[in-house]
Design a protein around this ligand. Structure first.
Ligand code: APR
Ligand code: PHB
Length: 394
């Protein structure tokens, strides 16, 4: 089997890259360890920056997003029994974000790929990249009981944090930067109307909470929980009670509760690997970096990596500019570190790090009071939240 770009992983990174390349006539094959249904069953992020929305339009998958996605011009920060609105559009000269679930983005991309007749090998086992430093890299994998060799010009490692791509780079050639936080987020999805039209990020002595949504009838809520917490110990009732305790009274009074559709706990981590390329292998999205979800940046960073690699590949195949390819990692990392900073900062300001650390707690409150009472402070939150500009290639 032969293609121009072999893509490992059919998450949002792999599918979006595949669709964009396909529309430019660049042949690609995606190999994915799981089934399509499994990929769609994972409940993940839900806030899209304008840059990602534009990229989805370029990929031709904007129809359902425009019908069902919810444009958000602001969100709320809650602390010390105060509610402060961050007016995204006013503070940034007209930018906003779109609430549209990662699951829906993934579904739209899968359907577009199928309609385009592009090849995806689901349930591919033992995917392994080879000869990365040569001009003829390839993948080996098992699919339907057959061993396949997939020859290609380039390999895109879009296989997430636990994927094989990063492992295929000699360890002495890369450096990882990591921060692990001493808590996780317990997420719950329910078919209940959202408590507010806008997202609410709340700092509270009992821990952080977030009120988000997927539609006018479906809510997504999160609670900060200790790392060793078990999801089985959280009945729906316990979840709702705890959420109410962490919200201002007038918000808690409006909360509509109901049975959960999904509950899961995710640890919080900041992680970046440098460089993000080795020979003809390029790491994209979660394969190269993780952010804690407090800044809503994970999915959007994946999209900005895709944007960079896609435009580089177009330069290679349409203009013969193979010289630019060396810049992939440095171009991506500029933006990634700034999103890492914002995500770490939002996480640091809004979570309870230790019940005993009164000084830290006062620092958080002073910082929140300062940034929300200063136009400059609010602007810095808003411009990071809607997404910093994509880096140019040259
Ligand atoms: N072989 C083939 N596929 C693999 C392998 C492997 N060895 N390892 C992992 N995969 C697949 C996973 O099954 C998954 O479908 O790669 C895909 C990676 O998808 P994601 O983890 O979703 O990563 P990415 O596409 O970069 O998406 C960005 O942003 O909101 C955040 O973490 C959230 O998933 C989101 C991410
Ligand atoms: C979500 O809706 O899942 C969501 C929204 C905002 C975040 C994180 C997650 O910061």
């Amino acid at each position: 089997m032969k293609t121009q770009v072999a893509i490992i992983g059919a998450g949002p990174s792999g599918l979006l890259l595949g669709q964009l390349l396909h529309r430019q006539g660049i042949d690609n094959v995606i190999v994915e360890r799981r089934s399509g249904e499994y990929v769609l069953s994972r409940i993940r992020a839900g806030v899209l920056e304008q840059g990602m929305v534009d990229l989805l339009r370029e990929a031709g998958v904007d129809q359902r997003m425009d019908q069902e996605g919810l444009p958000h011009d602001g969100f709320e920060l809650v602390f010390d029994n105060r509610r402060v609105r961050v007016a995204l559009d006013e503070l940034t000269g007209g930018s906003n974000v779109m609430v549209y679930g990662q699951t829906e983005v993934t579904r739209d991309l899968m359907e577009a790929r199928e309609a385009a007749g592009a090849t995806t090998l689901y349930e591919a086992d033992n995917v392994q990249p080879h000869d990365l430093e040569s001009d003829h890299p390839y993948l080996t994998l098992e699919h339907n009981g057959e061993t396949i060799k997939l020859e290609c010009d380039y390999i895109a490692g879009c296989d997430g944090y636990h994927g094989v791509s990063r492992q295929a780079i000699p360890q002495e050639r890369i450096k990882a930067f990591e921060k692990v936080y001493p808590f996780g987020w317990l997420g719950m999805l329910s078919d209940t109307p959202p408590v507010s039209d806008e997202l609410i990020y709340s700092r509270h002595e009992r821990g952080f909470s977030l009120c988000s949504m997927r539609s006018a009838t479906r809510s997504r809520y999160y609670l900060q929980v200790p790392l060793d917490e078990k999801v089985e110990d959280w009945s729906d009732e316990r979840f709702w009670e705890e959420l109410k305790r962490r919200l201002p009274d007038e918000v808690a009074a409006k909360l509509v509760t109901g049975p959960s559709i999904e509950k899961s706990i995710a640890p919080l981590r900041s992680y970046v690997v440098e460089p993000m390329q080795h020979g003809r292998l390029f790491l994209v999205g979660d394969a190269a970096h993780i952010v804690p979800p407090t800044g809503a940046k994970g999915l959007n960073l994946a999209a900005s990596d895709v944007n960079t690699l896609y435009r580089l590949m177009v330069k290679v195949y349409q203009e013969g500019r193979t010289d630019l390819i060396e810049r992939y990692s440095q171009t991506c990392l500029k933006r990634i570190w700034k999103a890492e900073r914002f995500s770490w900062w939002m996480t640091s300001m809004l979570h309870n790090f230790s019940d005993e650390d009164d000084f830290n707690s006062r620092m958080q409150l002073a910082e929140l009071d300062y940034v929300t009472s200063s136009q400059a402070g609010l602007t810095t939150i808003a411009e990071n939240y809607v997404g910093l500009p994509y880096e140019p290639l040259e």
